[in-house]
Design a protein around this ligand. Structure first.
Ligand code: GLN
Length: 547
C-alpha cells in the first residue's frame, strides 16, 4: 500500500551504503502521467520539492537529498509523462523506422535506457531505483516490466529487488504475514521475485514471523528485514543496519568490501544526539506556529518541518510545530486572533509563514505577520510568507491604502507584489515559474549577513553571494521598494541587478528577529547542515523563550 515508507526505506538504504563508503545514485519513478509534480495539489500528494535545476518533484526526492546528502537533477525523477512524451517525440521524428510503437519494447526500452544512462553517468557503485505506487496499479506496470527485463539482462549479482510490505498487528498482538504473502504472489505473477523483503509494522518482527515470511515468500531468513515504526525517521538507517541489511546487500551483490576507515559515523552520531535529547527532561522545547493553508496535512510542509528539526538538532533543543489554519485567523477582533493563536496551546516562541498560492487564508497570514511584528515575536516568512510580509509592511508601516499582491487582488491600486516581468504572457502552468537555484546577494552589516555568516567583501555592490532554491511567479514590485525601505524595512538580499528583492528584514534594533525570503531555504537544509535562516530563527526563538 502507499504511504508505507518506501521513500524513507530507499533513502535509508542509500545512506547506509554511503556510510560504508560506496558511491550511490538514486532514481525515483513516479508512475503518474504528469510530467512532473509541479502542477499537483500538495493537499493530495504532499509538498512539491524543488531541485537545484528547478525540476519540481515528489517529496521523496527531498528525503533522498536529506538522507543521502546528494544534489539531484531532472534525470533523477522519471514519470510516465516524461517517458511517454520522449517516445512519442521520437515516433514523430520517424526514429522507429515504421514500427508499431508499443509499451513493450519501446516504452520499457526507454525506461531501461534512462535508468542505465543515469547510473553510467554518475559513476556510482550502486544505483538505487524506487518505483512509486503499488504492485497491481495499471500505471506502474510498464516500470515493473522494465525492471523485470533488466533482471534478465544484467549480471546475476548486479541486480537486487527489494519489496517493502506491511505486516499488520491484530488486536491480539499477532503479526500477520498474509498481506505480504499475497503481495509477493502478485509480484511473482509479474515475473518478479524479491531478493529482500522489508517489513513495515508497529514493532520488529517476531522470529517465527520472519521464518514464516522467508518460507512462504521464498527468500532467505536474513533477507527478511524488520522496519518498525520509529519516533525519528532519521533513525531508520540505523534500524535497518541493525537488521543486517547492508551485509546482505553487499554479499548478494558481491560488492567489494571497503576498508573500515572509510566508514562515516556522522549520521549515527547525529541520531544519537537527537535521541538523548528526546529523553532528557531538561532540554528546551521551542514551539513554532506555522500559519498555512494546508495545515491539516503536515506533509504539505514536509521540508519546513525537517528544516526546523535540523536546526533544533544543531542548537540542542527540541522543536514542536503547531500548524495553524490561516483562515481561522481571518476574524475581525484582535483579541480573537490572539485567542485562536493560543487556543489549546500554551504559548509559542516563533511564527513561520510558509509558501503558498491564492487568496484563501492570505488575510489570516497577514494578520499573523502583523501579530509577530508588533508583539516582537521571532518571525520567518518563506516565499508567499515573504510577499505577504511586504504587503503587511506596505499597509501598516508605509500606510498605503488598499495594498495587495496582484495575485490576490487584480484591482488593487497598490500592487506591492506583482507578476515577474518574464511571466507576462506565460500561459502554460507546468514548469514555468522562476524555479530552482538563483544567486542572492546579501548586503553588508544586515541581519541577513549575520544569518548567512557572510561579510560582503566580494560580489556585487560589496555584497556577498549565496545560492538558494526558488519557486514563484510573483515578486516585490521594484517601484515600491524605496517607499517600503523609508517605512522601516530593509531589503537585505537581492538578485545581481539589485532590482529583484530576495530578503526582507526589520533591523535588529527594532525587532528580535524578523526575516523573510523570496526563496525556499528549507529545500537545502540537511540533518547535519541546517539551513542558516532556520538555524538563526530557531536561535532567536530560544532566546525569546529564555527572556
Ligand atoms: N504564490 C506566490 C508566487 O507565485 C508564492 C509562491 C510560493 O510561495 N511558492 O509568487
Amino acid at each position: 500500500m502507499s504511504g508505507l515508507g518506501k521513500g524513507i526505506t530507499m533513502a535509508s538504504v542509500g545512506r547506509i551504503l554511503k556510510d560504508h563508503g560506496y558511491k550511490i545514485v538514486p532514481i525515483k519513478i513516479d508512475p503518474y502521467i504528469n510530467i512532473d509534480a509541479g502542477t499537483m495539489n500538495p493537499f493530495q500528494h504532499g509538498e512539491v520539492f524543488v531541485l537545484a535545476d528547478g525540476t519540481e518533484v515528489d517529496l521523496d526526492l527531498g528525503h533522498y537529498e536529506r538522507f543521502m546528502d546528494v544534489d539531484l537533477r531532472r534525470e533523477h525523477n522519471l514519470t510516465t509523462g516524461v517517458v511517454y512524451s520522449a517516445v512519442i517525440k521520437r515516433e514523430r521524428r520517424g526514429e522507429y523506422l515504421g514500427q508499431t510503437v508499443q509499451i513493450i519494447p519501446h516504452i520499457t526500452n526507454e525506461i531501461k535506457a534512462r535508468i542505465r544512462a543515469v547510473a553510467a553517468k554518475s559513476g556510482a557503485d550502486v544505483c538505487l531505483v524506487e518505483i512509486g505506487g503499488t504492485v497491481g496499479d495499471i500505471e506502474s506496470m510498464p516500470f515493473l516490466e522494465a525492471v523485470r527485463q533488466m533482471h534478465g539482462e544484467e549480471d546475476e549479482n548486479d541486480f537486487l529487488f527489494v519489496h517493502v510490505t506491511l505486516v499488520p498487528t491484530t488486536t491480539q498482538k499477532e503479526q500477520k504475514t498474509k498481506p505480504t504473502q499475497h503481495s509477493v504472489k502478485a509480484l511473482r505473477e509479474l515475473g518478479l521475485q524479491p531478493d529482500l523483503i522489508v517489513c513495515r509494522g508497529e514493532e520488529a518482527l517476531q522470529t517465527g514471523v520472519k521464518e514464516k515470511i522467508a518460507m512462504f515468500c521464498n527468500v532467505r531468513k536474513e533477507a527478511v528485514v524488520s522496519a518498525p515504526d520509529t519516533e525519528d525517521i532519521y533513525e531508520v538507517p540505523l534500524l535497518l543496519e541493525k537488521e543486517g541489511i547492508s551485509a546482505y546487500i553487499t554479499r548478494k551483490m558481491q560488492l567489494e568490501q571497503l576498508e573500515q576507515s572509510k566508514e562515516d559515523h556522522a549520521w549515527e552520531k547525529m541520531v544519537e544526539r537527537r535521541k538523548s535529547r528526546r529523553k532528557s527532561c531538561t532540554v528546551e522545547k521551542i514551539r513554532i506556529a506555522v500559519v498555512g493553508k494546508y495545515a491539516g496535512l503536515e506533509d504539505s510542509y514536509l521540508s519546513i518541518k525537517e528544516a526546523l528539526k535540523h536546526a533544533a538538532t544543531t542548537l540542542g533543543c527540541e522543536v514542536e510545530t503547531r500548524w495553524v489554519e490561516a483562515e481561522v485567523l481571518e476574524v475581525e477582533a484582535e483579541a480573537e486572533v490572539e485567542a485562536s493563536f493560543f487556543d489549546g496551546f500554551d504559548g509559542f516562541q516563533g511564527v513561520l509563514v510558509p509558501g503558498g498560492f491564492g487568496v484563501r487564508g492570505a488575510e489570516g497570514k497577514i494578520k499573523a505577520i502583523e501579530y509577530a511584528r508588533t508583539r516582537k515575536i521571532p518571525f520567518l516568512g518563506l516565499c508567499f510568507g515573504f510577499q505577504l510580509a511586504v504587503v503587511e509592511a506596505a499597509r501598516n508601516l508605509a500606510g498605503l491604502e488598499d495594498v495587495n499582491s496582484s495575485e490576490l487582488s487584480a484591482a488593487t491600486p497598490h500592487p506591492v507584489v506583482c507578476l515577474l516581468e518574464e511571466q507576462a504572457g506565460v500561459v502554460e502552468k507546468g514548469g514555468t515559474m522562476r524555479l530552482g537555484d538563483y544567486e542572492v546577494f546579501i548586503k553588508k552589516d544586515t541581519l541577513a549577513a549575520k544569518v548567512y555568516e557572510v561579510h560582503g567583501v566580494h560580489g556585487v555592490h560589496g555584497a556577498a553571494r549565496v545560492v538558494e532554491r526558488h519557486r514563484h511567479r510573483y515578486e516585490v514590485n521594484p517601484a515600491y521598494a524605496e517607499r517600503l525601505e523609508q517605512a522601516g524595512v530593509i531589503f537585505s538580499g537581492t538578485d545581481r541587478s539589485g532590482l529583484r528583492k530576495e530578503i526582507l528584514e526589520i533591523p535588529a534594533t527594532q525587532h528580535p528577529f524578523f526575516l523573510a525570503t523570496q526563496f525556499h531555504p528549507e529545500f537545502k537544509s540537511r540533518p547535519n547542515k541546517p539551513s542558516p535562516p532556520f538555524k538563526a530563527f530557531l536561535a532567536a526563538c530560544l532566546k525569546n523563550k529564555k527572556n
